[in-house]
Design a protein around this ligand. Structure first.
Ligand SMILES: NC(=O)C1=CN([C@@H]2O[C@H](COP(=O)(O)OP(=O)(O)OC[C@H]3O[C@@H](n4cnc5c(N)ncnc54)[C@H](O)[C@@H]3O)[C@@H](O)[C@H]2O)C=CC1
Ligand SMILES: O=C(O)C1=N[C@H](C(=O)O)C[C@H](O)C1
Length: 266
């Protein structure tokens, strides 16, 4: 039985991951929260709503990592990089779902994952990962004749923008079209900003209420358009995906993987 520890245990995702780990027959060996969090000391299972587990939410990163096979971390990029560092020191696997990484932070994550197996993915759902694959084919087939725009919608508590999934969708399309995402992504249009360039990939962000997560990539041509959309109705496929990744990554060769590797979609 895989021993899973969860970081961000009292968060929206952390709670669902604890439930998913139990449903998958894994042992929840530890649960972490930030020092000073009001739920430190409480039973992680009771907080997640799946009954007492006898595992108190802790703020002791070293002790929790020591006791697990794999840490699942849904927090923030800075916290995830610290967790990756500690997992590397203790030779434990890690699954990271946090989003909002800068290119420099992603490079640092790859460096830190040289000695341990790690999965880092902006979206753990099967559906979104199949979309990544479809987007590559569609972009390659359409080529430069269609304008690409991406729109993402999320709940009003989300801290990063655009979403990690939207960024990855943009990267997949840019790569398929032979463009440099960092040069062609356009996050902002305002005022007399001029006509749209052929190369740019526009990115729009909507925030409100309790929207779990929705992404649409538009390929807009003359007289027709294709829309590839994914809508998340609950967080449960993200949490089940992260547990699947945790079971997959334990015992793998060191290196940085993503959900395409976990799902065999590469
Ligand atoms: N990869 C994926 O499939 C998905 C990724 N996400 C990402 O996961 C992250 C978390 O999302 P939510 O759960 O909605 O946020 P949240 O804010 O509900 O939960 C984050 C939790 O991390 C805790 N935390 C902060 N600092 C910590 C520290 N130093 N040690 C331990 N815990 C700490 C917070 O107290 C909070 O409880 C975000 O970056 C989000 O974009 C969310 C859903 C799916
Ligand atoms: O913060 C969220 O909620 C989500 N974040 C991920 C992202 O930024 O892509 C994935 C999902 O859409 C939910």
């Amino acid at each position: 039985m895989t021993k899973i520890a969860v970081c961000g245990a009292a968060g929206r995702m952390g709670q669902r991951i604890i439930v998913a780990a139990r449903e998958a027959g894994c042992t929840v060996s530890g649960a972490l929260e930030r020092p000073g969090h009001e739920l430190v000391g409480q039973d992680a299972g009771l907080i997640a709503g799946c009954g007492a587990l006898g595992v108190a939410i802790s703020d002791d990163l070293n002790a929790v990592v020591e006791g697990c096979d794999v840490l699942i971390d849904f927090t923030t990029p800075k916290v995830s990089l610290k967790n990756l560092e500690v997992c590397a020191l203790k030779k434990k696997a890690i699954v990271i779902g946090s989003t909002g990484f800068t290119p420099e932070e992603r490079a640092l994550a790859a460096e830190l994952a040289k000695d341990i197996p790690a999965v880092l993915a902006p979206n753990m759902s099967v559906g979104v990962n199949v979309c990544f694959k479809i987007l590559k084919d569609v972009a390659k087939t359409l080529g430069d004749d269609f304008d690409v725009e991406i729109v993402e919608l999320h709940h009003n508590k989300k801290k990063d923008a655009p979403s990690g999934t939207a960024v990855r969708m943009g990267e997949v399309v840019a790569e398929a079209l032979g463009r440099d995402y960092n040069k062609v992504a356009n996050y902002h249009r305002e005022g007399i900003c001029g006509e749209r360039t052929k190369e740019e990939i526009g990115m729009q962000t909507v925030r409100g209420g309790d929207i779990v997560g929705e992404h649409t990539v538009y390929f807009i041509g003359m007289g027709e358009r294709i829309e590839i959309s994914h809508r998340a109705m609950t967080r449960d496929m993200f949490s089940r995906g992260s547990v699947r990744a945790a079971q997959w990554v334990v015992g793998k060769a060191p290196g940085l993987y993503d959900m395409q590797d976990v799902l065999g979609l590469r």
